[in-house]
Design a binder for this molecule. Sequence first.
Ligand code: BV8
Length: 255
Amino acid sequence: MPHPAISFDDTTRLLVLTGAGISAESGLATFRGAGGLWEGSRVEDVATPEAFEANPERVLRFYAARRLGAGAAHPNAAHLALAEAEARLGDRFLLATQNVDGLHARAGSRHTLEIHGSLWRSRCSRCHAGPVEDRSTEIAHPLRACATCGSLMRPDIVWFGEMLDPAHEWAVRSFVKAADMARARLVFLAIGTSGNVYPAAGYVRYAKDLGAETWLANADEAANAHWFDHIVTGPATGVVPALLSASGPEARGVR
Ligand code: BV8
C-alpha cells in the first residue's frame, strides 16, 4: 500500500521535529530499543553534566566514538526529502532536530535548529569560550584544554538536566504562533522519535493546541502518539519522501 502524502497549498507551513530514527537507515544507532545507545551506556554515565564531572574521559570517549560513526554515515532519502521541502517552502518551513550527527546539514538543510547541540562542536566546560569545531575521534586520549582558560573542553551538546538554548525554544514557538496569527494552515511532522525526551516531545502538543494538523512518521509506537492526528508507521526513507511529495514542484524547477 502506497504511503500517504501530506496535502499542501500555497500558504501551508511545515514544522518538522526529527529524532534518532531518521538516521537509523544511515547506520546510526538510536537511543532506546534493541541495540540502542542507552543499552551500551547508561544515560547517567555519559549524557549528564554530573557524568562529565565524575569521569570526563568516559564521556569524551562516548562522543568520540559517535563522531567516528557519524563521520562514516551518509544522509539518506529522508534527510534529502526534508532538504528539498525546505528549498520549496522557504520560510514556510522549519526543522528542529534532536540529533547531533550533522546529517541534516550534509543533506542540504540550511536552517536547522540543532536543539540538542552537535557532535561536531565543543566548548569550554568553564569559561564558555567557543564553541569550536571538533572532529576529534581520538578515543585513547580524548581530553582537550580550553585555549582561553585551560579548563576541560566538553561536547557542545545539551545533556539531561541542562537547559536547551532559549533561542531555539523561541524559534519553534514563534513559528507556531506566526501561523496561528496569520490563520495559515500549519502541519507539524515528527519523524523517528520515541517522544520520550522533553521539552522536544511536548512541541506536538503546543502546535496542536494552536490548531496544527499533526503527523508522526515512525517505525513503531511513540510515547506521545496520542497527540498525533495521523500516524504513518514505517521506515523513514520509505515514508518521508512520499509524505512530502505534494509540498510543491521540484525546487530546481520552481517556476
Ligand atoms: C531540560 C544528548 C530543563 C545528545 C539528549 C519535562 C519538561 C522538561 C524537562 C523534563 C521534563 N520531564 C523530564 C525532563 C528532564 C529531561 C527528560 O526529558 N527526561 C526524559 C528521559 C523523561 N529533559 C531534559 O533534561 C532536557 N533539559 O528540559 O532542562 C529541566 C531540567 C531538569 C528537569 C526539568 C527541566 C534536555 C533533554 C536533552 C537531553 N539530551 N541527548 C546526544 O547524546 O545525542 S536526549 C537524546 O534523546 C537524544 O538527543 C535523542 O535525540 C533524544 C530523543 O530520543 P529519540 O531521538 O526519540 O531517539 P529514540 O531512540 O528514543 O527513538 C528513536 C525512534 O525512532 C524510535 O521510536 C524508533 O521506533 C524510531 N525508528 C527507528 N528506526 C527508524 C525509526 N523511525 C523511522 N525510520 C526508521 N528507520
